[in-house]
Design a protein around this ligand. Structure first.
Ligand code: PMP
Length: 357
C-alpha cells in the first residue's frame, strides 16, 4: 500500500514546468510560466557542461567540495556550512525528510511556494497554511501559527508568486519568536535579483535555527541542470548530509554551476536587464488597468478584476503564443504570474494584455 495518498499538486507543477512550450498554430511561442532566465546560462557554464561530458563515465564528486568552496568564496560563507542539492527542491525535500514526520507541522504562507506543502506531505507531516497580509508575508500570523508540533517554517524572500519582500528586521523577529524545536527556512530562490541582498545569510550566521536555501535555476539560468544549495548551522547541515544520496549532483551540474558563478559580468547584466523590463512591463500593464505589487524578482503578479477575467486573459495570451502561469493553486485565482522575458517578449505581453483589455 502507498505510504502517502496521491498528490495532484505534483502533477499540476509538472504540467506547467516541463519541456518546451507548444501552442497549436502559433510559430513563435514564448514560455513565461516558470521564472526562468530568458537569456539562458552564461556561455562559460555551457562550455563547462560540454567539457564535463568527457568525464561522464566517472562518478561525480560526492561532497561537491569545489562547488561549495566556490559558493563560499562568492558569498563570504564557510563551505563546511553549505550543502548542495539537485535544485533547491531537493534541499526542501531533505529538510522535510530529516525534520518533519507524522504528528509534526510544517508552516508555510498562504501564497507560498507549492513544494513546501508537497514535501511536508511526502514526509508524513501536516502542512499548515498561514494567511498573508495583502500578498506580503505576515510575521505575526506565522508566529501565531506556531505551536509545540511545529518543526519547520518556510518563507520565500522575495516570495513566489507575489514577488514581494520583507525586511531583515521582520525576518529576525520571526527567527527570534518561533519555538525552540522549529527551524526557520529562508528560501532565497530569487535573492540574486535583489542587488546587495544576502538572502538571509546574516540571519543564519547569527542563529542555530535558521537555514537559507538558494538556487542556480533562476538568475544563473540553469533550471535544467538542477543545482541548489543551502547554508545553515553545522549541526543541521550534518543532518541533511545524512539524508542526501552520495552522488546527488552530476559532474556536469557541479562544473556548470561553478562556471556560472564565476561569470559575474553576465549575471550582473541579466539582473539589470530583468529589473529594467520588469519595471517597464509592470508600468505598461498598470496603464491598461492591470496592477501588480512591486516585484523584487523575475516575474510580476498581474491582478485582474475577477477569476473569469484572469482566465480569459490567460486564454487570449495563450492564443498569441504567450504562456504565463495561472496561480489559483496559490489562493490567487484572479491573478496571473508572468515571468519577465527579454525585451521583445515583454513588448508582446504588454501589447497582448492591452488588446485583451
Ligand atoms: N523556491 C522557490 C520560491 C521557487 O520559486 C522555486 C522554483 N520555482 C524553487 C524554490 C525551486 O527551484 P529549484 O529546485 O529549481 O532550485
Amino acid at each position: 500500500m502507498n505510504k502517502i495518498a496521491p498528490q495532484p499538486g505534483i502533477m499540476d507543477i509538472a504540467l506547467y514546468q516541463g519541456g518546451a512550450a507548444h501552442v497549436a498554430g502559433v510559430a513563435d511561442v514564448v514560455k513565461l510560466s516558470s521564472n526562468e532566465n530568458p537569456f539562458g546560462p552564461s556561455p562559460q557554464a555551457v562550455a563547462a557542461v560540454q567539457a564535463a561530458a568527457a568525464r561522464m563515465h566517472r562518478y561525480p564528486s560526492s561532497d561537491h567540495g569545489d562547488l561549495r568552496a566556490a559558493i563560499g568564496a562568492a558569498h563570504g560563507l564557510e563551505p563546511e556550512r553549505v550543502i548542495c542539492g539537485a535544485g533547491s527542491d531537493e534541499i526542501i525535500t531533505f529538510l522535510c525528510q530529516a525534520y518533519a514526520g507524522p504528528g509534526d507541522e510544517v508552516l508555510h504562507t498562504e501564497h507560498g511556494f507549492g513544494m513546501y506543502r508537497i514535501c511536508a506531505q511526502a514526509a508524513g507531516a501536516t502542512p499548515v497554511e498561514v494567511r498573508e497580509r495583502e500578498r506580503v508575508t505576515d510575521i505575526d500570523a506565522l508566529i501565531a501559527g506556531c505551536n509545540e508540533r511545529t518543526k519547520l517554517v518556510f518563507i520565500a524572500n522575495p516570495n513566489n508568486p507575489t514577488g514581494t519582500m520583507i525586511g531583515a528586521e521582520e525576518v529576525a523577529r520571526l527567527a527570534d519568536s518561533i519555538p525552540p524545536q522549529a527551524i526557520l527556512v529562508l528560501d532565497g530562490a530569487y535573492a540574486e535579483y535583489v542587488e546587495g541582498f544576502d538572502g538571509g545569510a546574516a540571519q543564519v550566521a547569527a542563529r542555530e535555527n535558521v537555514v537559507m536555501t538558494r538556487t542556480f535555476s533562476k538568475l544563473y539560468g540553469l533550471g535544467g541542470l538542477r543545482v541548489g544549495w543551502a547554508y545553515g548551522p553545522k549541526a543541521i547541515i550534518d543532518v541533511l548530509n545524512r539524508v542526501r544520496g552520495p552522488f546527488n549532483l552530476s559532474t556536469a551540474a557541479i562544473d556548470g554551476a561553478r562556471a556560472a558563478l564565476a561569470d559575474v559580468d553576465y549575471t550582473k547584466w541579466c539582473r539589470a536587464e530583468n529589473a529594467r523590463w520588469r519595471d517597464w512591463l509592470a508600468a505598461a500593464l498598470a496603464e491598461v488597468g492591470v496592477p501588480s505589487d512591486r516585484s523584487c524578482a523575475n516575474f510580476i503578479l498581474a491582478r485582474f478584476a475577477s477569476q473569469a477575467e484572469a482566465e480569459a486573459c490567460d486564454d487570449y495570451l495563450q492564443s498569441q503564443g504567450l504562456i504565463v502561469r495561472r496561480v489559483s493553486g496559490y489562493n490567487l485565482p484572479s491573478a496571473l504570474r508572468i515571468t519577465i522575458g527579454d525585451e521583445p517578449a515583454c513588448r508582446r505581453v504588454a501589447a497582448a494584455v492591452a488588446n485583451f483589455k
